[in-house]
Design a protein around this ligand. Sequence first.
Ligand SMILES: *Cc1c(COP(=O)(O)O)cnc(C)c1O
Length: 425
Amino acid sequence: MTFQNNLQFAQQLDAQDELKNYRQQFIFPQHNGKDVIYFTGNSLGLQPKSAKNYVDEVMNDWANLAVEGHFYADKPWWDYHERFAEPLSKIMGTKPSEVSVMNTLTINLHLLMVSFYRPTTTRYKIICEEKAFPSDQYMFQSQVNHHGFKPEEAIVEIKRREGEHNIRIEDILAKIEEVGDELALVLFGGVNYYTGQVFDMKTITEAGHKVGAYVGFDLAHAAGNIKLELHDWNVDFAAWCSYKYMNSGPGNASGIFVHEKHHHSNLPRFAGWWGHNKERRFKMEPSFDPVHGADGWQVSNLPILSLAPYLASVELFAEVGMDKLITKRNQITAYLEFILHEIDKEVNSTFEIITPSNQEERACQLSVFLHGEGRSLFEYLMSNGVITDWREPNVIRLAPVPLYTSYEDMYNFGQILKQGILLKG
Ligand SMILES: *Cc1c(COP(=O)(O)O)cnc(C)c1O
C-alpha cells in the first residue's frame, strides 16, 4: 500500500480497520480534554474497561461469601487460574496444560531455572543476549553464583557486531555451536526490549537442543505482541509478564509455559501446595505429588485480585485472536515508520530507526535513536500529549499497540514531532 502523510488518509485507514471498535474498550489518560497518543503499551498496557468489573466481582464475592468464596463464588477462587489455560494457550501457541499463571516474571524465571539450569562441572554455561533486560542480567548472575560458578565464565552474551544495532541470528547459532557441550541453557528474550528485535525462537531452540542444552525464553515483550508457537517450536520453558502488551495492570501476575514433554519428568523444582495434585490438595499430605502440567510449578494459592484484571484482558485477546492483531500491527507499524521517514525528510532531521526494518524481525515497537534532538524533544512530546518513553543514551521507543491505537494517532504524532523538532532546532 502507498501511504500518505495526511489526516484524511489516516482517517480512511481507521475507517477500514477491522479492530477499530476495540479502542472504545480501553481507558485513555486525557491531555487537554483529548485522549493521549499512547506509545507505551509495551511498558504498561492501558486499562480495559472490563477490568474493573472483574475486580469488583472478586471484591463482592469476598464481602458476601468470605472464605466460602474459594468454592462458591461465581468464579471459585481455588481453581480461578484454570480459566486462563484455554485462552492463554491460544495466545502463546501451546496446549492448555502447558501454561499457568502465577507470581511475577523474574520470580518465575528463577523458579524455572531451578528446574532447567542444572549446571555440572563440565556443562554450566548460559547463553543470553547482550544487554538483556537488567532484571534478567541480575537473575543470571545470582543463579550462577548460587551454583558456585563465576558469572564471567558461565554467562556467554551474544553481542552485536561493531556499528550494528541488532543481533544476527548466524552469530547466535555459531556461538551455541562453539560453546557446545559446555552449554547448559539458552535463555533469550523473544523480543528485545530496547530495539524491538524479534528473535527466531524456533531456530534458536533447535540449535540449543542439538548441543544438548535446554532452551527457554523471556517473553515479556512477546506475549500478546507476536505470533508464538511454543509447543511446536519445542521450547522447553518460557515466562512473561502480563502488564505490558497484555494490559493486566501494574506489576501484575506472570504466565509460564512448560513443554508437555517435561510434565512427567523428575525435574527438581521449588514446590508449594498449589503445585500439588489437585484432587488431594486439601488432604494436607506430607509428600509432594506434582500436578502433571505447568500448574505443577505453582507454589502458593493465587492472588485472585490481581488475576481478575488479567483474566478480563486475556478474554479480550482470545476474542480478537492473534492473527487479526498481527495484521493490524504490521500495517500500523509500517505507517508509523512511513510517518517518521516523511517528517525526517521535511525537517532535515537525523533520527534513525534502530529496530529491524523487515517485518519478520520486528513487531509493533520502533525504537528511534535521536542523534541531535535528545531528551528535550522527548519532553516536548510528553508535554504535548504523546506518551513515549526514554531509554539512555538517546532512544525513544514507540509502540503503536494494535488493539487501541489509531492511524490518526500516528498522523497527529508526526505533526507534533515536527513542531517539536522545529522549535528545538
Ligand atoms: C519488563 C521486563 C521484565 C520485568 O520483570 P518483573 O519481574 O515483572 O519486574 C523482565 N524481563 C524483561 C525482558 C522485561 O522486558
